[in-house]
Structure formats: C-alpha cells, structure tokens
Design a protein around this ligand. Structure first.
Ligand code: DGT
Ligand code: CA
Ligand code: CA
Ligand code: ZN
Length: 574
C-alpha cells in the first residue's frame, strides 16, 4: 500500500499536480511504512484508519480502495497516461520527477530504454539542465541500472518467500514450504526465488489441485510456466518465483538439488557417478538397478556420498566438497555466538528510538552489550553531533548504562565521518572519551582511487579510530563500492589493530563475503554490526551472519563473540 501511494505521489509530480496533494500522498506512504496498525484489517473501519498519522478522510478512502481491489484509480489513470515504465526512470541517479516530466514532454521519453535511445540519438542536447556532463552521468546511471535491475535484495526476497509460504501452507496436503536457491545459500542478492513445496498434495500424478492452487496466489503478476509439478510466475515487483512440488520422500534430494549452487551440484554429481550413483531432485540412486540409496534428508544424501552435511552458505564449490569428504568442515559462526552489537543510531541523530529503547531491545535479544554510535556533525542532514552535543550524548549513554545495572552494558561511541582529506569530523579530545569510535565515509564517494585510499588510510592513523565502518560504501543494487585499494586499507588496519566492520544492513552487507575472506587472511579483526536506526533493525544481524558464514568465518574470527570486557580489551589499545 505504501508503495502504491508513493508511486502515485511520483506520478502526480511528473504530471505537474498540486503540491499539497503530492505531499499528502507522500506523507501517507511514509506513515504506512512506520505504522504498527494492521492496515488491511483496519480497512474495514474508517475510524481506525484515521488514527494513523497522516491519514485523512480522502486517504482513508484510497486505502479502502486498495484493500478491496488491489489498486488505486488515480494511479491507474496516471499509469495509463505515462506507461508503467516511466517510474523506472526515477531509479536512475540524480533523476527526480521534474526531470522526468521534462524528458517526457520535450523528448517523448517514458522508459529507461527510451532514454538510452534518446541519448544515443543525441536528442537531449540543448534541453535545459542537460549539459554534456549531466548526459554522461545519465549514460553511466543507465548502465548501472541495467546491470543490477535483474536482482533483488535478500530482505525483499525473504519477505516475498514468507508471504507466499503463508498462502501455500493453507492448502490441505501442503506440509512444508522451504526456500532454496540463492536465498537459502545466503547470497547477498537473489536473482529469483526458488520454493520447494512438499506434502501429500505433491505426490506425482496427483499434483493437479495443488498446482492450480499455487497458480491462484493473489500476488501473481503473470504466470511464466505451469507444468506437472512446477509453477513459475512474476510478482508485481518483477521478482520471479519458481515453485516446485515434490513428494515428502524426496524432500532431501529436492532441497539439495534446488539449493545449488549449480557449480556445487555439478561437482557433487560427478562424485556420485564415480561411486556408481546418480543424483537427481528425486533421489540418490544406484546406476545399475535404480534402487534408491537416499532421498528423504540432505544428511542421508551427503552421508551416502561419504561426506558430512554442510551448511548451505558453503555450497559454492570453493573447497567445501573436499572439506566435507575429509570431515574437516569449519565450525561457522551463528547467532547464538553473538554477544553484542556496536553500531546503532538514536533519536539524537537519524535513529527512531531512544538510548534506553535500544538497550532494552538489545537486552531482549539476549545481548550483553551494545554501543550507541550516532552520526557526527559533517552529516548535517542527520542532525549529526558536534563536540558539545557529543559530550552531552555520552553523559546520557552512561546514565542509561548505570540504569541497566549490569543487565546489559551500554558503551559510549560515535560514528564519526571521515572528511574528504581523511581527518576525522570531531576533536581528538572528544573521541578520546568514547569507547567505540567507528570512522566511516559518507560523502565525496567520487574521489579517485589514490585519493580515497589515502583518505581512508589517514583516518586509520588517527589513534582514536577503533573500527572502520562499512568499508566500501556500497549500497546493493544502487551504488557501487567507491574506488579504493582495499587490500592496502585492510593490511594497515590489521597492523594498527583497527577492526573492520561487516555492516549487516541488507542494503549494505559491507564488506562482502569475498572481502571478508581477504580480511581474515590479512589478519584483520572483524566486527559485525547492524547499524540499526530502529529497535526492529537489530534483527538484521542474521543477514550479515550469513555473509560471515559464506566467508567461512567462525566465532574466533569475530570480535562480537567476546564478552563485554573482553570485547573492549580486544579493540585497538589507547
Ligand atoms: P539466483 O537465482 O541467480 O540468485 O541463483 P540460484 O542459485 O538460486 O539459481 P537458480 O534459481 O537458477 O537455480 C536454483 C538452484 O536449482 C540452483 O542453485 C541449482 C539448481 N539448478 C537449477 N538449474 C539447474 C541446472 O540446469 N543444473 C543443475 N545441476 N542444477 C540446477
Ligand atoms: Ca534462484
Ligand atoms: Ca530459479
Ligand atoms: Zn554509516
């Protein structure tokens, strides 16, 4: 619902609509993102809807229309006029509704493809605010967009998987829905969603009713293929979903097969052939007489192949098959190992909750410590802290720490900006008073590689820098990592004892799995943090842990597995 309202606001703005009206749609969209009211349920009761901030009578009627029909007449009208592809233009960097409106009226551009064409044909030159530099930036933006638009963020994929599973499990005879593919392997993005469905309704030759039920999922945008035991469709978001139905007796074989990766499966199948077996989504069977060796569980399959079962995160054919055959798989880090989260924001800057609320939420997760690390003044749009406010803030943090009476430790801290020249944004004597100083790049991403590398290296040299925050600055599917000699940075961090962060926010996952492996090889200390801006974000730890597991990291490789005192002692000494 929030997305439909936000899109309507964008379309109205492209259409040159009334600014008051545009704001009311945008405000309502933001409000719906935040509300704890179950809006679908509240749709039956106008008074309940009116209790949501930013929702007036007119907007309540819109919500009811969406709840009843799945669409909004005004949005449909505008989409009919401009075409649905026009909204894609807004995903290009630097592109706002005003520019889109201009492109539409002056150059008949209504999609990313048409924009690429218009640039190719030199039809934009001469338009207001369309200099050579701006056009070059658009060209680059289109390239990035095309490269990334085929994939989806892991949290979006997981949310879709949960929604579809809830629907499927309502069908009698569907007992289990298991996400497989890249989502189960914990890859940082998913190309499509693979769901394995098992239960009595999935017996061969009797799958017809279940297949029809899958194909009737209300969120389907279009059906790509429908077969005996398989349905593929698109959701409105463009995400492809592959649903496979198999009997419970084949659960293990099917899960192994559809989890992949392809490279892992190919190597595994060769191993099976050498042993006189054949491996399929139905079973591991003997080549000579087709008799089934194993099928019901993954453990049975791997064991029959002379291996230990292995966590899906390892299945990329990067040595895990050999390790499993030697019974030498590493013990991977797990949520139960994590004792603290040391990067989070509060209402002092751009977070949504107070220090106390963050501490309570962390305590409820069973953590022994957190650090409050709000932004510094250079990030003005977040109301970043200057020296004076930073000092007041650490007093308040200490107060909450006392108030918690040892049930959880609340460390003082800051996420201090690394300025363009590598200096830190706050005075050393202020940084000296903080337990956890995270230094991060938030501005001037476009610096050339040598400049950026020198900048980050200088920030590491500051004796108060204890953790390097989101080291490459990437935003998944939106912003490439900035140009940086990461090897040089990691080597110096290791020498100085500065820890490097894995930022577990699903839009960042920074460092990526590959670079985490590099960081360990170079002897870096690693901290995993959620960068929570809301108590609910603390749960995002799981997304980051999957990346750590993909990098083969164990509890001994990660600082937050230490107790509170040990953690502080393991940070760079003062
Ligand atoms: P994605 O969707 O690009 O994020 O990556 P995956 O790994 O989810 O790939 P996908 O959806 O094409 O296939 C899911 C799994 O199914 C894959 O990891 C292994 C298995 N699979 C699919 N097609 C084949 C195939 O042609 N050969 C083999 N051996 N396995 C396949
Ligand atoms: Ca997939
Ligand atoms: Ca697939
Ligand atoms: Zn940051």
């Amino acid at each position: 619902m929030a997305r439909l309202l936000a899109e309507t606001a964008d379309l109205l703005e492209i259409d040159g609509g009334d600014s008051f009206r545009i704001r009311s749609y945008r405000r309502a969209a933001e409000s719906l993102e935040q509300t704890t009211v179950d809006v679908t349920e509240a749709a039956g009761d106008t008074a309940l809807l009116l209790e949501i901030p930013g929702i007036g009578k007119g907007m309540a009627a819109n919500l009811q229309s969406i709840a009843a029909t799945g669409s909004l007449p005004l949005r449909d009208e505008l989409l009919a006029k401009y075409g649905s592809a026009i909204l894609d233009l807004l995903k290009l960097p630097g592109m706002g509704p005003k520019t889109v409106a201009q492109l539409w009226s002056a150059a008949q551009v209504a999609s990313v493809d048409q924009l690429a064409e218009a640039i190719e044909d030199d039809r934009l030159a001469g338009l207001p605010r369309m200099g050579a530099k701006q056009i070059e930036k658009l060209r680059k933006g289109i390239e990035d967009y095309r490269r990334s638009s085929g994939r989806f963020r892991i949290d979006d994929a997981e949310e879709a998987a949960q929604r579809i599973s809830a629907y499927l499990l309502a069908f009698p005879g569907i007992e289990r829905v298991t996400p497989a593919g890249s989502l189960r392997r914990g890859r940082e993005t998913a190309g499509d969603l693979d769901l394995l469905v098992t239960g009595p309704a999935c017996q061969p030759e009797h799958t017809h009713a279940a297949v029809e039920y899958v194909a009737a999922f209300p969120g389907i945008h279009d059906i790509i293929a429908k077969g005996e035991n398989k349905v593929s469709f698109h959701l409105a978001s463009g995400m492809q979903v592959d649903v496979r139905l198999l009997p419970s007796a084949s659960y293990g074989a099917a899960l192994q097969y559809f989890t992949g990766s392809k490279a892992h499966n190919v190597t595994l199948r060769q191993r099976a052939l050498k042993m006189g077996y054949t491996l399929s989504e139905w079973s591991l069977a003997r080549l000579d007489d087709d008799s089934v060796i194993a099928a019901a569980t993954e453990e049975q399959i791997y064991t029959a192949l002379g291996m230990d079962w292995m966590p899906p995160e390892l299945r990329e054919n990067l040595g895990e098959i050999e390790a499993a055959a030697r019974h030498a798989l590493p013990r991977l880090i797990d949520l139960a190992d994590i004792k603290g989260d040391v990067h989070m924001h509060t209402t002092a800057t751009d977070g949504h909750n107070s220090i106390l609320e963050m501490a309570d939420a962390a305590l409820a997760r069973g953590y022994r410590y957190i650090a409050i690390t709000d932004h510094s003044k250079n990030l003005a749009m977040t109301n970043g802290l200057d020296e004076k406010r930073a000092l007041e803030h650490i007093r308040r943090i200490r107060e909450v720490d006392r108030q918690m009476e040892g049930r959880i430790r609340v460390f003082t801290g800051i996420e201090v900006d690394i300025l363009a020249d590598g200096a830190l944004d706050l005075d050393d004597d202020v940084l000296a008073q903080m337990d956890v100083v995270i230094a991060s790049v938030h501005t001037r991403f476009e610096q050339p590689r040598e400049e950026m590398t020198a900048r980050v290296l200088r920030a590491l040299e500051n004796p108060f820098t204890r953790i390097l925050g989101h080291p490459t600055g990437r935003l998944l599917l939106r912003r490439e990592p900035f140009a940086l000699d990461l090897g040089a940075v990691l080597r110096r961090a290791a020498e100085l004892g500065v820890a490097v962060e894995h930022n577990a926010a699903p839009e960042r996952l920074d460092l990526c799995d590959r670079d985490l492996r590099l960081a360990r090889e170079l002897g870096c200390r690693i901290a995993i943090n959620t960068d929570a801006h809301d108590t609910r974000h603390l749960a995002k730890m799981e997304y980051g842990l999957r990346q750590l597991r993909r990098a083969w990291l164990g509890p001994e490789d990660v600082l937050n597995t230490l107790g509170a005192q040990e953690f502080l002692a393991a940070l760079r000494p003062r």
